[in-house]
Each structure stands twice: as C-alpha cells, then as structure tokens.
Ligand binder design. Structure first.
Ligand SMILES: Nc1ncnc2c1ncn2[C@@H]1O[C@H](COP(=O)(O)OP(=O)(O)O)[C@@H](O)[C@H]1O
Ligand SMILES: [Mg+2]
Length: 329
C-alpha cells in the first residue's frame, strides 16, 4: 500500500470557540490509484491536504492522526511529522498554480531547481534537457521557449501544466491535487485531468484528487471518499458507491449530479452541491447523533442521538458508510 491516513482529527481555534474541522478521517490509497475526496465547500477537504503537507494555518491543531507511507508510520500530531512525510515524496497541485510557482523566476529555473534538489550531482545541461522533456510530456507547446518565460506570461491552464511538470520531475509517492481544475474552463479541465492521469501512469504514484465535482470523480477516479462537515460518510470503489450508495447524502449527491449536468452548459461555474437543501452544520457545536441528520430525508428517531459507526455496504469489503440504517441488529 502506498499511503494510508488513520483517524485524522483537526481543530481550528477561533475567537469564540473551537471548530472541529476534521473528525477521525481515514483514507487509503494504493500505488497507481486515484482516490477522489469529494465534498461541498467547507467540508474539510483542503484541511486533509494541508495536514499531510504540513501547511495548516497557525490556529490549527492536529488532535489525532497517523499516516503510513511505504510501510513507515508518522504521528501527525507531532510538528515535525509532515517534514519527514514530505521527505518520502509528496507533491501538491493547488487550485491556483501561482501558489506553487515563483513569479520572479522563469519556468526553466523553477523546473531545474526541482531536479537540482532531487539529484544535486546532476549537471546543468542534463537538468535543462529533463525539464524540457517534462514540459513536452505535459503537452506544453514549444518547451524550449517556455523554459525562458515567466509564469505571468502563461495562461492559467499552461501554468497548471508547468506545476504538473514540476510534480513529474519530483517523482512523488503521493500526489495531492486540491481542486486542480476548478479555476479553469471545462475544456482545459479535461486536458489537465489527462495530464494528471499521465503523470500517474508514468511514475505510478498514488493520487489524492480533492474536488467538489462528483463528475470528475466518477470519470477519473478508482475510489471515492465522501466528506461532510469533517466526517467521512462513505468510502468505496467508484463503481460500488455509484451503483449502491450506502449513505443518503451520497445518494443525494449522485441524484443532483444527474440533474445538474443537464444544466451545466447554462452555467458551468455553478456550485453543484447547492441543490441539496440546508447547510453544513456548525462544527463548533457538533449536534449529537448523525452529522447529516438535519438534512437527511430518511432519518429516524435514533439518528438524532446515536453516533453512527462505519458500517459495511453490500458484500464489498472496501465499501462502507456511516449510516445507522446499515447497522445489522
Ligand atoms: N485557518 C482557519 N481558521 C478557522 N477555520 C478554518 C481555517 N481554515 C479552514 N477553516 C474552516 O474549516 C472548515 C474546512 O475548511 P476547508 O478544509 O478549507 O474545506 P474545503 O477545502 O472542503 O472547502 C471550514 O468550515 C472552514 O471555514
Ligand atoms: Mg478547499
């Protein structure tokens, strides 16, 4: 197994209380596999990524959590754990490629720097050749010219390709892509997703694709985890979850997706999750019982008081959901 995260809980301290942004979130990604982490805005997706990358804000605290990468375990509550984790090979693609790029250096300088860090002994000419090759692999036209350009001279889609080329050169064991195409239009989205898949094929890394788009997940991912108000409500292979959603929330997401996709041409930028009535609960005052209770259309009395466990769905051992209806007496 490439990477697993166990029982990740993260709090943010606020002027008036503490927000429990993540509660016991676990993930597993095999080498060469794409796991889609899906959830509406504010559900805690980026917090998962930042906790792994060591990029959490100063007011964040990792309450619990371990990560295992290539058989080695890391205690995520320890401040230096993520540095050690990064050392074993993690790369991240953000929604805004400029968070990964330095505006004052050319594309070539930045790509060569990745290589210099990875293999300090390599000579300059080799590095330039490898950098150009990486740009060519992510289908940036005219790689030689791109090497001398600054990020501001490129379009958003081209910048994201440069970031993917950087990830390609760093050969991570885990690539985390947090809404990598959200800022791009739909045609560029498909191209960028193809380059991420291409990167996975070339280096065989595990990919954590973070997105609010269920459509992206069903199209490109092998597995899927659904996050809601900081809790993982369902997890399984995309096929299994799609055919037999174990959680009412997941079912509602899939129902909306069908409905919304028809409207997609009218307004591609719309948030596809707003169609489920209600809002995310306030994680400062977590209500007792199931976290989804307030928005659920099939809840019963126990749901307001009993905290559901993670129950298996169907016969697939990988498929589970946190819903009391799945509890076997
Ligand atoms: N530095 C912070 N301080 C306080 N609350 C935060 C901070 N960062 C994120 N949050 C809150 O934590 C929750 C999860 O945020 P985030 O991980 O960014 O969600 P997502 O990426 O799914 O949109 C949200 O309610 C957000 O407002
Ligand atoms: Mg986010």
């Amino acid at each position: 197994m490439a990477i697993s995260v166990r029982n990740l809980s993260v709090d943010y301290s606020l002027p008036h209380g503490t927000a429990h942004a993540l509660r016991d979130v676990s993930l597993e990604i095999q080498k060469g596999e794409l796991l889609g982490l899906v959830g509406e805005s504010g559900s805690g997706k980026s917090t998962v990524a930042f906790a792994l990358m060591g990029l959490l804000a100063n007011n964040a605290k990792v309450i619990s959590g371990t990560a295992k990468i290539d058989g080695k375990s890391f205690d995520l509550t320890k401040p230096n754990a993520t540095a050690a984790l990064r050392g074993r090979g993690m790369a991240m693609i953000f929604q805004d490629p400029m968070l990964s790029l330095n505006p004052v250096f050319t594309v070539g300088t930045q790509l060569c720097e990745v290589l210099r860090r990875r293999s300090p002994g390599s000579d300059r000419k080799t590095r330039i050749g490898m950098a150009e090759d990486a740009l060519d692999k992510v289908k940036l036209s005219n790689p030689q010219r791109r090497m001398g350009q600054y990020p501001h001279e490129l379009s958003g889609g081209m910048r994201q390709r440069v970031v993917i080329a950087m990830a390609l050169l760093s050969e991570p064991a885990l690539l985390i892509a947090d809404e990598p195409t959200t800022a791009l239009d739909v045609t560029v989205e498909a191209q960028i997703m193809r380059e991420i898949i291409g990167l996975r094929d070339r280096i065989g890394c595990a990919v954590l694709l973070i997105t609010h788009s269920l459509g992206l997940v069903t199209e490109y991912c092998d597995k899927l985890s659904v996050l809601y108000a900081g809790e993982r409500l369902e997890s399984g292979t995309v096929n299994e979850v799609q055919q037999q959603p174990g959680h009412p929330y997941t079912r509602m997401l899939f129902d909306c997706e069908v409905q919304i996709d028809r409207e997609r041409h009218a307004d591609a930028s719309e948030n596809r999750f707003t169609v489920i009535a209600g809002e995310l609960p306030d994680t400062r005052q977590r209500p007792p019982g199931c976290i989804f209770n307030g928005r659920c259309d099939v809840s019963f009395a126990d749901c307001a008081v009993v905290d559901p466990g993670d129950y298996p769905v169907g016969n697939d051992t990988e498929h589970s959901a946190r819903c009391l209806r799945l509890e076997t007496p």
